[in-house]
Write a protein that binds this ligand. Structure first.
Ligand SMILES: [Zn+2]
Length: 174
């Protein structure tokens, strides 16, 4: 799944919970941490495992809690934002979400098609697929960074709500 969607989904949830964009933006940026593995030449490496991310996130949370920054109260939400990444990826493609406890990469394939036309049809190909996890360095990155659908989701879940909050905030000053 592309970075814009990984950012947009926790951002939308946080702002729906009433958290200001000023806080929701840095917290949601933590959802991009698992894709830092591309800088090491491997996509979907150990940072896509919740077995690795949970202790790493708890460690980072403790560092935030010990430092007296304004964001320390949001450290647990940052952990959840980080965990949202492999959870979303597992519905997108093979993800080593339970590595190294479970050596297979998992894909929860929700291939559901609802078609309307001369007759109404529902097709489904729902299943949990697995394949052995192998961390291989890529020579060229073939993952999309931005797609048209991702851009539309980003505008609807991030840009539009922030603009509406801004407009509503200005009205309250009148
Ligand atoms: Zn990913």
């Amino acid at each position: 799944m592309e970075p814009l969607i990984h950012f947009a989904i926790p951002f939308a949830i946080l702002t729906m919970l009433g958290i200001r964009p000023k806080v929701a933006i840095p917290v949601s940026l933590l959802a991009l941490v698992p894709d830092m593995d591309v800088f090491f030449g491997i996509h979907k490496w150990f940072l896509h495992s919740i077995i690795i991310l949970i202790p790493l996130g708890i460690g980072l949370s403790i560092v935030f809690l010990l430092r007296r920054t304004g964001l320390r109260n949001y450290a647990p939400l940052g952990l959840l934002a980080m965990l949202s990444h492999p959870v979303l990826d597992v519905f997108w493609n093979y993800t080593p979400i339970l590595w190294p406890v479970y050596g297979e990469s998992i894909w929860i394939n929700l291939g559901i098609n609802l078609q309307a036309g001369s007759s109404l049809g529902i097709g489904h190909n729902v299943g949990v697929l697995t394949q052995p996890t192998s961390f291989e360095a890529f020579t060229t990155l073939d993952a999309p960074l931005v797609t048209g659908a991702g851009l539309i989701i980003f505008v609807l879940l991030v840009i539009l709500p922030v603009l509406l909050m801004e407009i509503r905030g200005r009205r309250s000053w009148l």
